[in-house]
Design a protein around this ligand. Sequence first.
Ligand SMILES: Cc1cc2nc3c(=O)[nH]c(=O)nc-3n(C[C@H](O)[C@H](O)[C@H](O)COP(=O)(O)OP(=O)(O)OC[C@H]3O[C@@H](n4cnc5c(N)ncnc54)[C@H](O)[C@@H]3O)c2cc1C
Length: 391
Amino acid sequence: MDEQRQPEPKKRVVVCGGGVIGVCTAYFLAKKGAAVILVEQTSIACAASGKAGGFLALDWCDGGPVASLARASYNLHRSLSEELNGPESYGYRPLNTLTLTITESQSSSPSRSRLLGDCTIPAWVDGPAHQPRTIGSTQTTAQVHPQLFTRTLLNAAVEKYGVEVVIGKLQYVRVEEGRVGSVVLEGRRVIECDSVVLALGPWSGKFEMLASLFRVYGIKVHSIVLEPKEPGAITPHALFLSYHPQGGKAIDPDVFPRPTGTFDWEVYICGMYTEEEVPDDPELIVGNPESIQMLKRVARNVSSHLADGEAQVKAEQACFLPYTDDNVPVIGELPGVKGCYVATGHSYWGILNGPATGVAVAELVLDGRATIVELTRFSPARFVGRRKVEV
Ligand SMILES: Cc1cc2nc3c(=O)[nH]c(=O)nc-3n(C[C@H](O)[C@H](O)[C@H](O)COP(=O)(O)OP(=O)(O)OC[C@H]3O[C@@H](n4cnc5c(N)ncnc54)[C@H](O)[C@@H]3O)c2cc1C
């Protein structure tokens, strides 16, 4: 009798970090056939991935190191949206994008749309706005609600592809003879695995195994979320501002009106950067009051629809962008530790670049090489010799 061939056992992969990078990686690994456990210390999308703007651009990274990652990812966002009913489940939509200058000392404008040069300022932008320029169209710019996107993708990963979620803090990766054997969580829970992916965002800089090889640091950015009384008045335009406060230095806040589901809308405004130590617990990140006040000042000078009394404040918050020393993400296998991969350092473009990062890491872990983008530029090996890996 012919011997029956046993199916190959699934590769066991633990993905650590429940931000957009970890969730995208878990989704594409499981879709490709791995048995995936996602470990998150607090809650899914509790940090930058839940508090970001969610703006996406096809070609804004062209000419830089993440150009191909961004283009591949922009297209993946479109196909994921078709697969997961993005417009309804997480507010995916293409939109137009403008830059504007707002000068507090100048007078406001009537609430009707105004054609300045070849660019129309939408009617709801009735503050002292000038120098408008179109910098993105519905062909090249889009948006998602980042927390809803991350959570929707994880739900699909759990329901369709069997990803298991564990709430727990990764303490260390156990390495035997140069190869990953298991991960150990706080409280001594051990999870055996063939590979591990570390997607710890700005906390990568606090995780010794990574910190001994390269630096990841956090830049704190503030944001407010407003619910206008008349959401129908706000058109789908993302605004990148050059804002000149009376008697202060110019700042560059962003304003993103965005849907939060089928019928609800909000306006997200972010800006006000500071370099600060990342707290151990994401729940302890709060906005500095003066930065939050400044964003409220921006809101009422952009639009009377966003002034006190006209819009309810849904959130005042802050989160950390994960930066590397060369401002290029780190994606790849750690030198000298077989089966241990890292994906972090996506700075301002992590929501955009999450999907292509997830596909690339899934290919690397399961096939030994990524085809969606060339990963050499992102390899952690570029830091070898600058700091020493200790495991
Ligand atoms: C104000 C602001 C606006 C932004 N706007 C945009 C935008 O419009 N478009 C865009 O593309 N990008 C945007 N970004 C950037 C984007 O948010 C980030 O690049 C992205 O969220 C980073 O994702 P991440 O998964 O690497 O990190 P995070 O979202 O920080 O997730 C890391 C996760 O790892 C977990 N973790 C850490 N240590 C451990 C441990 N030891 N064990 C278990 N879990 C652990 C944390 O709890 C956290 O949930 C914005 C960022 C900010 C701050």
